[in-house]
Structure formats: structure tokens, C-alpha cells
Design a protein around this ligand. Sequence first.
Ligand code: ARG
Length: 268
Amino acid sequence: MRSFLFLGTLRRTLAVGAAALAALTFTAGSALADGPRDARPHEGVVGGTPAQQGEFPWMVRLSMGCGGALYTQQIVLTAAHCVGGSGANTSITATAGVVDLNSSQAVKVKSTQVLQAPGYNGSGKDWALIKLARPVDQPTLKIADTDAYNNGTFTVAGWGADREGGSQQRNLLKATVPFVDDTACQQAYGNLIPGEEICAGYLDQGGVDTCQGDSGGPMFRKDGAGAWIQVGIVSWGQGCARPHYPGVYTEVSTFAAAIKSAAASLGG
Ligand code: ARG
């Protein structure tokens, strides 16, 4: 059974109320309890460097402790394991337009609806859409709708922990990670779902990876025209940045048509 960081976070948040949400913003450790997938309590991006203001303008931080990307100016693409289900939901705040979450320039918008991937049961299909109360005036990130870009070197970014056991970050971190093919990734993870998941990382060395709190954020690269295109969604891994345990990402191209129609059902 696959277990995600956020499920523990959600239970705790529901138990202790809104104060926990605020506390979650820059603390990981105890608040971000680990599931069985991760061997010990730990938690942005490991081995990363600060992103520049405006470098990834579609990056969004979600108040439950996840990342996301603007699919449209009013819809955030994130991970299914970051949300509790589908339906009306005004409990999530999206912070956009800044690398520094404490910046006075931060744009904060509440959610109105959540749409979790149809058929999501904790394995694979790790995507969800969050409709915002109003559009955010920032560029969007297009998603890959073919497997043509499921290779090469990817960029990841997030405000999650910068090492296993580390705290959530105030400033957005970024890193690049190479594609890991399904065969190699399955050697690490027997439960990989190759049609729905794509892996990335430095297999032998480790050292660079997404980590707890980066979930839901995008993994992206340049397309043939030099524009950023999203190929993955931060999903899971064994620990963070460990040798032989690459990061596992939702394979966006597999779900591109479903994401498109789900977004249309939310009214774009
Ligand atoms: N499930 C984690 C989260 O909720 C993401 C873990 C990513 N792990 C990795 N080794 N790439 O934030």
C-alpha cells in the first residue's frame, strides 16, 4: 500500500485546526509525518539552488503543504495525494507570483473546487485540479500531451524540504535531474506503474531530488520551440535524494487528455 506524506498531514490538520496550517508553512519535521514508503521522518528540493523571481512564474504553493503549477490562470495542477477528494472546497489558499512566500508581493487566492483524478486510489493517477476563486495574472505552464518529452534532463522546483528531515523553505528552490527509464526505476521500485509514472534522479550518486512538501509541483523541460513544458508532477520516493532511489513523478502525458477535460468541467 502506497502512503504519502500529505495524508498524514491532512489528518493532523483536520485534528488540530487552522493553526496547524499556518505552522505547516515553514516547518516540516513533526508536522510532516512519514508513511511506510519513507523509512524515517524527513522531508524542498534537495541539492537545489534558489530560483530567481519570475523564473518559473506559474509555480504555486498550496496551503496544505504542496506545490502546484498554473494549468490555466484559474486552475492549479497538483497531485491527487495533496487533496482529500473532489467537490466544493474553499479551504485551500494558493500563493502565487513570488519565490519568497513571505513577500508583500505574494498573490493569495482561495480555492473554490477540487477535482481529484477519477479512479484515484493511492496508486498511480496522482493528479488533481484546484479551481481558484479568481484568475492569477501570471503565465501558465503547458503540459506534455505526447511522450516525446519523457526523456532528457528535467527541472524541478518547490518550497519543500531541502534534505530528508529538513524544514519547508521560504524561498523557491530549483534543481535539474536526469530521466531514469522504467526498467531501471522498477529495479528500485517493484510497485512502479510504468504507464502512469516517470522517474528522475541521479541513480548512482543521488544527491539531487524533490522531497517532502514538493509534492504536486511540476517537473518540466524545454520543448522543441524552447518553451517550458510540464512532463511530471512530484509524487513519491523512498526518502529523498538517496542513491538508487530516484524520484517518482506522475507521467503527465498519460493523463493530458483527462486533465484537459477535467479542466473544462471546472469551467477552464
Ligand atoms: N510525497 C512527497 C510530498 O508529499 C513527495 C516526495 C517526493 N520524494 C522524492 N524522493 N522525490 O511532498
